[in-house]
Design a binder for this molecule. Structure first.
Ligand SMILES: *[C@@H]1O[C@H](CO)[C@@H](O)[C@H](O)[C@H]1NC(C)=O
Length: 155
């Protein structure tokens, strides 16, 4: 089929426009990706676990951490509001856990227990219309697994 030159011209113009829009949008797209890094990846019982969040914007309203498949009041570990003097407010899922939140969005779970295993979710409110989210599965190993043996050999 022969496409008339005029139509072709229109087509490439709109293609160029689409490419331009994509190029302009992309930086925001990559900014929107939050990622949680577990340090260490496979924590053992009584080990400290850092959930380090990458891709947090410089300014935000608050951060909420949840432990569970669903993110709501009942699974909220704590809220972190950077502009408050005491920025961390513990939620109902905190219980006896020893968790400290950091201004960069990360959290440290001290002396992790197998019962702390589960889905950890973070929600960062940038503004009333925009919340960034990420989740990760945490498995806290109980007792003398192979990695504990390696740890002992390493000493
Ligand atoms: C966030 O802060 C904690 C505590 O200072 C630090 O250990 C962690 O590496 C930081 N994470 C990022 C992604 O900057």
């Amino acid at each position: 089929m022969k496409i008339p030159t005029r139509t072709q011209g229109h087509f490439s113009k709109s293609l160029l426009l689409s490419a331009l829009i994509l190029a302009l949008w992309r930086p925001q797209g990559s900014q929107a990706a939050l990622h949680i890094q577990k340090i260490p990846e496979r924590p053992q019982k009584n080990q400290d676990l850092l959930l380090s969040v990458q891709g947090v914007p410089d300014t935000f309203q608050d951060i909420n951490w949840y432990l569970g498949e669903e993110a709501y009041g009942g699974t909220r570990l704590f809220t972190y509001i950077p502009e408050l003097q005491r920025p961390q407010r513990d939620g109902s899922a905190m219980k006896q856990r020893d968790i400290v939140g950091f201004p960069n969005g990360s959290m440290l779970l001290r002396r992790a227990q197998p019962t702390d295993s589960g889905t950890y979710q973070v929600a960062i409110t940038i503004n009333p219309a925009w919340t960034m989210k990420a989740k990760t599965e945490v498995q806290v190993a109980d007792g003398w697994g192979p990695s504990r043996a390696w740890w002992a050999v390493g000493l």
